[in-house]
Design a protein around this ligand. Structure first.
Ligand SMILES: [Zn+2]
Length: 122
């Protein structure tokens, strides 16, 4: 989650989309997790009506999936408009995709490179 110095995302000023997206995904996931695991431990949750409880759970899922979908459509290559976050989660190996987002330098589709400093050895 810590962008490499010359990452494509950083060079194209899209870091905020990545962090905002991760932030809301965490919020959504936390709501879903707490609502589904701690409703007996937390008095406030215990006293909720079933409908309200379901509403909170739904809200958590909505925040989670909306943030994810927003990252997929909004993080793009300025040259060819390729959806880069979507590319990371759909085309890269699962374990490698988020790390790849932090460090890739060239658009995987059109090969554009926005890094201000180009290291010719890499
Ligand atoms: Zn591109």
């Amino acid at each position: 989650m810590f962008l490499k110095k010359y990452s494509f995302i950083k060079a194209t000023n899209q870091t905020w989309k990545l962090y905002l997206g991760y932030f809301f995904i965490l919020i959504g996931a936390a709501i879903v997790f707490i609502i589904s695991n701690y409703n007996d431990e937390i008095n406030y949750l215990k006293n909720l009506k079933a409908g309200t409880w379901a509403l909170f759970l739904g809200l958590g899922f909505i925040i989670l999936f909306t943030s994810f979908a927003w990252m997929c459509v909004s993080i793009k290559c300025p040259s060819c408009k390729a959806k880069l976050f979507w590319y990371a989660v759909s085309c890269r190996d699962f374990g490698d995709s988020l790390e790849w987002v932090d460090r890739f330098r060239r658009c995987p589709v059109c090969k554009a490179n926005y890094s201000k400093v180009i290291n010719h050895n890499i």
